[in-house]
Design a protein around this ligand. Structure first.
Ligand SMILES: Nc1ncnc2c1ncn2[C@@H]1O[C@H](COP(=O)(O)OP(=O)(O)OP(=O)(O)O)[C@@H](O)[C@H]1O
Length: 132
């Protein structure tokens, strides 16, 4: 059984421990891209978005909004996958509360994706129409 010493007395700051945390987070990113097809689609979309943004010459504020929206979608996708892994460990059998947990986690991705799509329309549509 592990102890919870860090809850009472925080350990001293250590660069090595911070680096380890970064490696774990990187492993999580690799797991996400390897196992979650949605994450691969989002990464591909991000490459497309960056290409389009360079081509259209976005302003600094537009870049910030586009990158923020992309990070929101991908970040929620990661959290959604974490919820899925936890649910599958806790209850592999069909369960109404597990269904709700997974559906609600997926709703977070949906909300971010809808807002990202609206932001994309606001920023890209006028620039694309100007080409016509
Ligand atoms: N144990 C379960 N009990 C009840 N419903 C479940 C269970 N597992 C999955 N579901 C239902 O199936 C849906 C898809 O779950 P799953 O774990 O297969 O995610 P997924 O197909 O990887 O989703 P996505 O790829 O869109 O993130 C859930 O949103 C939920 O409605």
């Amino acid at each position: 059984m592990s102890t919870h010493s860090h809850e009472n007395s925080p350990s001293r700051f250590s660069v090595r421990a911070r680096l380890r945390s970064f490696v774990f987070a990187w492993q999580g990113l690799m797991t996400l891209l390897r196992e979650q097809h949605n994450a691969r689609i989002h990464l591909l979309a991000l490459v497309g978005v960056v290409g389009l943004s360079i081509w259209l010459g976005l302003s600094a504020q537009e870049w910030a909004l586009v990158l923020l929206a992309s990070a929101l979608v991908m970040g929620f996708e990661a959290l959604n996958s974490a919820v899925e892994y936890l649910c599958d460990r806790v209850e592999p059998q069909h369960d109404p509360l597990i269904r709700k947990a997974k559906d609600v986690a997926a709703a977070a991705v949906l909300i971010a994706a809808l807002v990202a799509a609206i932001i994309a329309l606001i920023i890209y549509l006028p620039k694309l129409l100007a080409f016509l």
